[in-house]
Design a protein around this ligand. Structure first.
Ligand code: SF4
Length: 612
């Protein structure tokens, strides 16, 4: 399969940069060939390195945890949307493998600096940032940036170092180790999920600043140009391209409400009354300033927006669909101006809008049910729909003030401490808050949340369209589709490309092995790429098992009780519920398709087949 020569001369940077913040040691290592062959890049590299280097049971917020920044072989090249990079660590939200993917321009810059992976270990005694200018790597004092918002910090660092530096930074939420703190880049792109911003904060690491000016050699430049041009042309001629550029993911809001899939009032319902007010059309009419793209992207789904509040202008990239769902729907913030402002607050504090929205929605429901009272809120009404309440709650969380300290650990831990039945409506799986799809009438989507390796996240298997296509009441057969998607979609995170060109513009999957070959000289078939993805999926499962050896079992894959004990209260899916028996059928089928045992453990035969 592989050419005789070293496979790392092309496409890859060829080096791993390792920085120890405890002792200041900075080293580089060659990228191991076996890592490339078995794991391709990005998320694959991150999963293997973290599995090998982290001892089970370490504190995710302690110096033994590591933050990995891992690029892929197609990042930074002439092809559609090679601008994605993976951040990974042991997640403080799930106590298992966590990663999150970020767009923007960092992925290309890391490659141009000559690196495929940056491993950050230990913890600094004082606030620092990591300075990378090609081969010059320094740990620098960050005292002047500490305490500043994530977006402001990016601007400050660009002013200080040069606008050509690409910056990834945390906000106050990361500094205060909020378990759903994100990492921000490019004035509005985030590695949002699994709390890796908190891990950076626990290391006193405010930011990473990267400048790369090296050339990136590819195996067959003419071929890459030819295939890249054709792939761009296919994107531009797709009938959905114009609409995609016009509204980005905000265009999904109306569809989701019409399907009854829009999480509303902490997933009590699947459609928000007045959802038209937070639609993509309203974004374009009311707040849009400009369209914004990640590196090499033909779609520009980023919507740079402005809102005015108390005579002050606020600029933010968004709100995209997931923000509309978890803040607009789940907290019932049903107008574009308030939603845009809420998006701004989260981005500046450095909070994932998915988990952040979900935690505020949980707090609002606790208030509605008298579990949180005016004694906790300082006399304020924390009712659904109040932007003032949202502002207050999210700021209390980011600064760990009062009951915000409890909510800062996410809905799972907060509900375990609050009790009084709140566990039932703590909308999470494995400790990660559920993203933007009400799923009681979408079993494949629910199964995708239940079995996602980082906790309940949509990006591994956006299966709701499959439910709609084949029948929303059907249970049998859904597992096969979920597994298929769970192998396809993470490939994009491994090679360093955005998946939306495939999902939304139907860019053919055949392109990716061709692009990989032209870039790296490595002759993978699509099936071999799928096998690498399956290997990563099983490896992250082994990570979960290793961290929970005494307690591991299928209960890790159950959804919150709300989904099998309560019906959807209104909207097009009103009355929907899934039985526990059907959840078990979904899981039994899923384990079977995967070659796992009845408790969800990979069998020795499956591990042997994957070389694990
Ligand atoms: S589609 Fe959106 S997320 Fe994907 S690369 Fe383009 S701008 Fe970035």
């Amino acid at each position: 399969m592989f050419a005789e020569r070293s496979p790392f001369g092309f496409g890859y940077g060829g080096k791993i940069l390792r920085v120890n913040l405890s002792n200041g040691k900075i080293t580089t290592e060659p990228l191991p060939g076996k890592l490339v062959r078995d794991y391709l890049g990005g998320r694959g590299f991150a999963a293997r390195i973290l599995y090998d280097e982290l001892k089970p049971g370490i504190d995710p917020m302690g110096p033994d945890n590591k933050v990995l920044i891992a690029s892929g072989p197609l990042a930074g090249l002439f092809l559609p949307a090679g601008g994605k990079i993976t951040f990974a660590a042991k997640s403080p939200a799930t106590n298992s493998y966590g990663d999150s993917n970020m767009g923007g321009h960092l992925a290309a810059e890391v490659k141009y600096a000559g690196y495929d992976v940056i491993i950050i270990e230990g913890a600094a005694a004082q606030p620092v940032y990591l300075y990378i200018n090609n081969d010059k790597v320094e740990i620098r004092d960050a005292a002047k940036y500490w305490g500043q918002g994530a977006i402001i910090t990016e601007d400050m660092l660009k002013n200080d170092l040069g606008r050509e530096f690409e910056i990834a930074t945390i906000g106050p939420a990361g500094e205060n180790k909020i378990k759903f703190a994100c990492i921000s880049h490019d004035f509005g792109r985030q590695a949002g999920r699994t709390g890796i911003g908190a891990v950076m904060g626990s290391k006193n690491l405010k930011a990473v600043a990267v400048k790369g000016t090296k050339s990136l050699k590819v195996a067959d430049p003419d071929k890459l140009l030819e295939i890249g041009k054709q792939a761009f042309a296919d994107c531009f001629k797709h009938t959905g391209w114009k609409q995609w550029v016009a509204q980005g993911t905000a265009g999904v809001t109306v569809w989701s409400n019409q399907q009854g899939s829009f999480p509303t009032r902490n997933f009590q319902s699947g459609s928000l009354k007045g959802y038209e007010n937070i639609s993509g059309d309203e974004l374009v009419k009311q707040t849009l300033v400009n369209h914004k793209a990640c590196f090499g992207c033909p779609c520009a789904c980023g919507k740079y927006a402005k809102t005015v509040r108390n005579n002050k202008d606020y600029y933010v990239e968004g709100p995209e669909y997931e923000t509309a769902a978890l803040i607009g729907g789940d907290c019932a913030i049903g107008n574009m101006a308030d939603l845009t402002y809420a998006n701004y607050i989260c981005d500046e504090l450095g909070i994932d809008t998915i988990s952040g929205g979900s935690v505020v929605a949980f707090a609002m429901e606790c208030y509605e049910k008298g579990i949180i009272t005016k004694k906790d809120t300082g006399g304020m009404d924390w009712k659904f729909g109040s932007i003032e309440a949202f502002d207050k709650i999210i700021n209390m969380i980011a600064r760990r003030q009062g009951i915000g300290n409890l909510l800062a650990d996410g809905v799972k831990i907060a509900s375990e401490k609050l009790g009084k039945g709140s566990e039932k409506f703590a909308m999470q799986v494995k400790g990660l808050e559920i993203s933007g799809y009400e799923s009681r009438n979408a079993p494949a989507m629910m199964l995708a949340y239940m079995t996602c390796d980082i906790g309940a996240h949509h990006n591994r298997a956006w299966a709701i369209t499959h439910d709609i296509q084949v029948g929303r009441d059907i249970i049998e057969g859904k597992a096969k589709k979920v597994v298929e998607l769970q192998h396809i979609r993470p490939i994009f995170d491994m090679v360093g490309c955005c998946r939306l060109q495939w999902v939304e513009l139907e860019l053919k999957l055949d392109y990716y092995p061709q692009l990989l070959k032209a870039a790296t000289g490595l002759d993978f078939t699509w099936d071999e790429m799928l096998k690498a993805s399956e290997r990563v999926w099983n490896l992250t499962r082994l990570f979960l098992i290793k961290e929970h050896t005494q307690t591991f079992g299928r209960q890790f894959d159950y959804p919150p009780a709300r989904w099998y004990e309560e019906t959807v209260v209104n909207g097009p899916t009103k009355g929907s519920i899934i039985s526990k028996a059907n959840i078990d059928i979904l899981l039994d089928e899923y384990y079977n398709v995967r070659g796992w045992d009845k408790n969800g453990k990979p069998t020795p035969e499956k591990l042997k087949e994957l070389g694990l």
